[in-house]
Design a protein around this ligand. Structure first.
Ligand code: N01
Length: 545
């Protein structure tokens, strides 16, 4: 006798993607249970409430475009919205979808085991008081950057002051933002200078008595170009959303920037320098994703832009030694994620800010009083760890996911990641990933690109419902072929030859020292074309029964 599951679908995660996926499935008549480890919705926007946290996408392209009511009602207050506003937007979206009622909270999944006889998963929770739940299909919307990673520093737990990881920032119990905290008069240390560290440092430098930045590999940062959003512009946006979405859909990573269809050295020097100046001053990722088409692929063109940005850093940082420490030497411009900044480099001209260059010294340990280097102790009242995440695979690896014959997903991935369009892995029927490894949505403006993946999967689930399908699984050859394609595309870009979370490198996690194909960097249009082709050919590469 076959066992019927408790639910047709279990959606894990109440972030932007999980909420929308749960809504789509519920609306098409599936019985859905959403489960969220935290006590509320919002995913990364719920947890990352560190000072200065804001989006690096233009506000108008960060949204649920499918929901006309929301897009017409919502007014962004800044060109690049801050975290509390983004979280409040998600709350409003959830209200419109009436989706909160379909979720349970404080339900952190730690196990999902496939039952082959009955084609369902049994899902267990960290909370001992929660009974396991069964579901035919599991949609995991865990987030590629949602497992915070602390550094491996001796004595880290001995520190007597306050310490925080940016992705677990204390919350305002009443509102959408951070808890009210006062850093005035305090000596603050920040470790990490990725997108998060840069945003945090800019804010801490305004309030801390003294700020010490512990810098290992600097990044190429460019100006954000933030400012208030005028009502006039908001009105224009509302009447022309299609213009913005079309631009995003045509671009590499879902942002409103397109590469110039010329190679850098084919353009006269005066003209190209003027263009780089213009792009440097432009909003958001103008210089990263809107410069000459060969900058991210050709080492010489890339060096030209790197030299251009290096000069900007020298112009902005008064002390030449500090400026040199802030210029990346290990990677070229745009081969790692570009942090966007607002007066970040000027922070290092302030009397109350000092830089510890971890290329000329090292952290020996954290002590009860601060951070120690061979030169002495940096006494601190607060340590902020802006040290990033166990990126992309991390949130899936934390769950014991078992497929056919009890094989663990983690073990499969240790033998080499293989996915079909980043949505499923062979041997794990009925288990779907949203914004996971090798998904086109992960190297992208996530709300825009994850909606595309969710809509695609939803179409497949409509068909599954019509056909009475109880098992969906990609063929091994299809996954191998897609992964080879993703690997070849990554090989064409310089970022594929650079160590960063894009390529799976993390110095804080043992064994994560070999580059892998974690992302689909071929771009949004290519990814969409691949998915459309699969669908048009009756979901080729899938076995549905
Ligand atoms: O994390 P990261 P992040 N000693 O991994 C340093 C997204 N995001 O949270 O490079 C000293 O980029 C590490 O140094 P190194 C965005 O996609 C989006 O900043 O390993 N330093 C690095 O400087 C982004 O890419 C937004 O040498 C140590 C830093 O910690 C992604 O999240 C805002 C160290 C980690 O940088 C991740 O960004 C913010 C050690 N032991 C983030 N260990 C928005 O747009 C680590 N580091 C909304």
């Amino acid at each position: 006798m076959t066992k019927e599951p408790d639910f047709d679908v279990l959606v894990i995660g109440a972030g932007l993607s999980g909420l929308y996926q749960a809504y789509r499935l519920r609306e098409m008549g599936y019985t859905v249970l959403g489960v969220e480890g935290a006590d509320d919705i919002g995913g990364v926007w719920h947890h990352n409430r560190y000072p200065g946290c804001r989006i690096d996408s233009e506000s108008e392209v960060y949204g649920y475009f499918w929901n006309d009511e929301l897009m017409q009602e919502w007014n962004w207050s800044e060109r690049f919205a801050a975290q509390p506003e983004v979280l409040s937007y998600i709350h409003r979206a959830a209200e419109i979808m009436d989706i909160r009622k379909d979720f349970i909270f404080n339900a952190k999944v730690d196990k999902a085991v496939f039952d082959e006889e009955n084609n369902l998963y049994t899902v267990g929770f960290q909370q001992a008081w929660r009974a396991p739940v069964t579901a035919r299909f599991v949609f995991s919307a865990l987030g590629p950057l949602s497992t915070p990673q602390m550094p491996n520093l001796p004595g880290i737990n001995t520190f007597k002051g306050e310490s925080y990881h940016t992705a677990n920032w204390p919350r305002d119990p009443e509102g959408f933002g951070p808890a009210k905290m006062d850093f005035t008069g305090k000596r603050v240390g920040v470790i990490g200078v990725g997108s998060t560290g840069v945003q945090t440092i800019q804010e801490m430098a305004k309030v801390a008595d003294h700020l010490t930045v512990f810098l290992r590999d600097p990044n190429w940062c460019t100006p954000l170009g933030n400012g208030p959003m005028t009502q006039e512009r908001m009105d224009y946006i509302k009447s022309n959303y299609h213009e913005f979405t079309a631009k995003c859909d045509a671009s590499l990573a879902g942002f409103p920037h397109e590469f110039i269809e010329k190679n850098l050295f084919d353009v006269p020097k005066e003209e190209r320098d003027a263009k780089l100046e213009e792009l440097y001053k432009g909003p958001g990722f103008s210089l990263w994703l809107g410069a000459y088409q060969d900058v991210l692929a050709d080492p010489e063109a890339n060096k030209y832009v790197s030299d251009f940005v290096a000069q900007k850093i020298r112009d902005r940082v008064k002390d030449p030694r500090t400026a040199e420490a802030l210029i990346p030497k290990d990677h070229g411009f745009g081969t790692k994620r570009i942090p966007l900044e607002t007066k970040y480099y000027e922070v290092y001209n302030q009397e109350n800010v000092s830089l510890v260059d971890l290329h000329s010294t090292s952290i020996t340990r954290v002590t009860p009083q601060g951070i120690e280097t061979p030169e002495g102790l940096h006494e601190l009242d607060v340590i902020i760890y802006a040290t990033g995440f166990d990126a992309v695979k991390g949130s899936w690896n934390r769950i014991d996911i078992r497929g056919v014959d009890g094989v663990a997903l983690k073990d499969e991935w240790n033998n080499g990641l293989k996915t079909y369009m980043g949505m499923q892995c062979p041997g794990f029927p009925n288990f779907f990933m949203l914004v996971g490894p090798q998904s086109g949505a992960t190297f992208c403006n996530i709300p825009r690109c994850s909606a595309m993946a969710i809509d695609w999967l939803s179409d497949m689930m409509i068909k599954a419902k019509e056909d009475g399908v109880t098992r969906i699984e990609p063929e091994l050859e299809a996954a191998e072929s897609f992964t080879t394609y993703a690997s070849k595309l990554q090989g064409k870009l310089l970022l594929g030859q650079t160590n960063s979370w894009f390529t799976g490198i993390n110095q804080n996690i043992p064994g994560r020292d070999k580059r892998e194909v974690l992302l689909f960097v071929g771009g949004n249009p290519r990814f969409r074309a691949y998915c459309d082709d699969v669908k048009e050919h009756d979901y080729k590469g899938y076995v549905m029964s």
